[in-house]
Design a protein around this ligand. Structure first.
Ligand code: AMP
Ligand code: TRP
Length: 337
């Protein structure tokens, strides 16, 4: 059975961009694949952070993921720093990663442009990510579109390691080179139709750092306070102007949360100016409630029973430590240790 691995940073609350782009997909895939989900706290410290808040957020992220539907009896959920082999493998992989590949990463360029002093940790972020995935020799990585370039790098690193250190099979390849075993698979992204959710400002992708998010556990009043002024079709100025659903961010959220019949109805009402944008947003708020109410309820239950969270994370870490150890033993041996 193929194995999937994915990670999420505990650098803020889980928002509906994470949920629709990745986490919702995880909750479905866990029943089809052997699944490992990781709260990547070592990644979260590559940007400014507060140690006390990190402690809180790690926990909050675990609660959010379990509430969203990750089932610890089906999938492994754990905290990255509980399995030290992640950083050990990252070091090994650092030694075979071309610097140019790292400097070319869009996320590095964007994040480093916003900072006065850029750390080596930020540059090497994608190497740690490659280590996360390769440590479990995962084949598939369910993520949002923003992670596709990082995964390309994971494939480069995987190929390189295999070419340099994997065992020779005794055969030759078509071009006459020595064939090597594929110790590390080449991990492929698994995207959803909701691979890129825009923020409520309609300007940039929904992201913790842009302050344009809706939290998965946010109360309905607070969601409405954000939806109400959210950007719609910029050409629709008066209620009587017909709108173009396809250019409206609210319409895209309808596609994620509303039934196909409602989506169709919304499209007609918008393009014929039957509804104003506020009417449309009210319907969206209702659809969101239908999906989010059970998630919020589970979060309340878990808050009252913290041992369930501890147990889930401990079981996940135990299992992943064993798998990680198997890979690291081979890597150490092949690399001369
Ligand atoms: P992060 O919060 O950066 O750790 O991202 C966790 C997961 O959510 C990754 O798979 C991202 O690709 C995905 N993700 C984050 N923001 C968005 C967004 N605005 N739209 C779709 N997916 C997203
Ligand atoms: N970089 C990813 C993000 O910001 C998080 C991440 C870390 C990850 N390690 C991973 C995602 C391994 C998938 C696989 O979203």
């Amino acid at each position: 059975m193929s194995r999937i691995f994915s990670g999420i940073q505990p650098s803020g609350e889980l928002h509906i961009g994470n949920y629709l782009g990745a986490v919702k997909n995880w909750t479905q895939l866990q029943h089809e694949f052997e699944s490992i989900f990781c709260i990547v706290d070592y990644h979260a410290i590559t940007q400014q952070y507060d140690p006390e808040r990190l402690r809180v957020r790690r926990r909050e992220m675990a609660v959010s993921l379990l509430s969203a539907g990750i089932d610890p009896n089906v999938a492994s959920l754990f905290v990255q720093s509980q399995v030290p082999e992640h950083t050990e493998l990252a070091w090994f992989l650092n030694t075979i990663t071309p610097l140019g590949e790292l400097e070319r990463q869009t996320q590095f360029k964007e994040k480093s442009a916003r900072q006065e002093s850029v750390t080596a940790g930020l540059l090497n972020y994608p190497v740690l990510q490659a280590a996360d995935i390769l440590l479990y020799r995962a084949d598939l990585v369910p993520v949002g579109e923003d992670q596709v370039q990082h995964l390309e790098l994971s494939r480069v690193v995987s190929r390189r390691w295999n070419a340099m250190f994997a065992r020779a099979t005794g055969k030759t390849t078509e071009d006459g080179a020595e064939e090597r075993e594929e110790f590390f698979p080449e991990p492929k992204p698994l995207l959803t139709p909701m691979r890129r959710i825009m923020g409520l400002d309609g300007q940039a992708k929904m992201s913790k750092s842009m302050n344009n998010t809706i939290g998965l556990l946010e109360p309905p009043e607070s969601i409405w306070a954000k939806l109400r002024p959210a950007v719609t079709d910029p050409k629709r100025i008066r209620k009587t102007d017909p709108g173009t659903p396809e250019v409206c961010n609210i319409f895209h959220l309808h596609k994620a949360f509303s039934s196909p019949e409602t989506v169709e109805h919304v499209a007609v009402q918008c393009s014929t100016a039957g509804w104003g944008c506020i009417d449309c947003k009210k319907v969206l708020a209702e659809s969101m409630e239908t999906e989010l109410v059970p998630i919020r309820r589970r979060a309340v239950e878990l808050a009252a029973y913290p041992k369930a969270v501890d147990d889930a994370l401990a079981a996940g870490a135990d299992r992943c430590r064993r798998l990680a150890r198997e890979t690291i033993d081979v890597v150490r041996e092949r690399m001369g240790f």
